[in-house]
Design a protein around this ligand. Sequence first.
Ligand code: C5P
Length: 217
Amino acid sequence: MKLINKIKVAIDSPAAAGAGTQARLISKHFNLFYLDTGKIYRLIANIKITQPKKYCYILIKKIMSKLTMKDLQNKKLLSDEVGTMASIISKNKEIRKLVHAFQIKSAYHPPKKYNGSCLDGRDITYKIIPDADFKFFITANTKTRALRRYKELKALNRKISFDEVLKSIKKRDKSDYNRKISPLKKTKDSVLINTTKHTKRACFLKIKQIMNRKIKT
Ligand code: C5P
């Protein structure tokens, strides 16, 4: 599909709600550049875990200035420990400022071969791309999200119990929804997609229909 104007899709969601899956499907279908912004916070969190003595503003600034999409593909970033640390370091205003520029560039200046961009995270719909053409808030109930994340982690051979995953999802929700800076919230102009009782495909078809309606008029 070739679109005349570049389109911007903004998605916010709590952990493990299926936003990444939907963002990937949308991006593939509409040929959009996809950025999982959580991965950037995870990359910084991983530095905090693995190099606690070196971790400082200057180091993160340097890493952010050279950041490439390849850096975000590290499988180590998917662990629960890194996710929990990401929700701690992402409360920091200075860290968020450093991450901001990379997100803006990805959203507003994606590589030329794409028809636009699709970003998912916690503050994308109201802070990073407030003028997005499409805004979605993707969610699911806590137990469903914990079960999905548990299965993902098990598939990666991580030693973790369902109860531990559930506990950490609840902790992360509490932190992401209640923090002062860039809290997770559903904006009035975002379409709510609850994935609890629907298959990946059913959710994708709903999103695709919403987008096609606007693109084709
Ligand atoms: O999406 P993911 O679970 O990978 O994000 C990890 C953590 O990074 C989140 O729990 C959240 O605290 C933080 N994050 C954020 N803003 C974003 C994306 C992620 O604060 N745009």
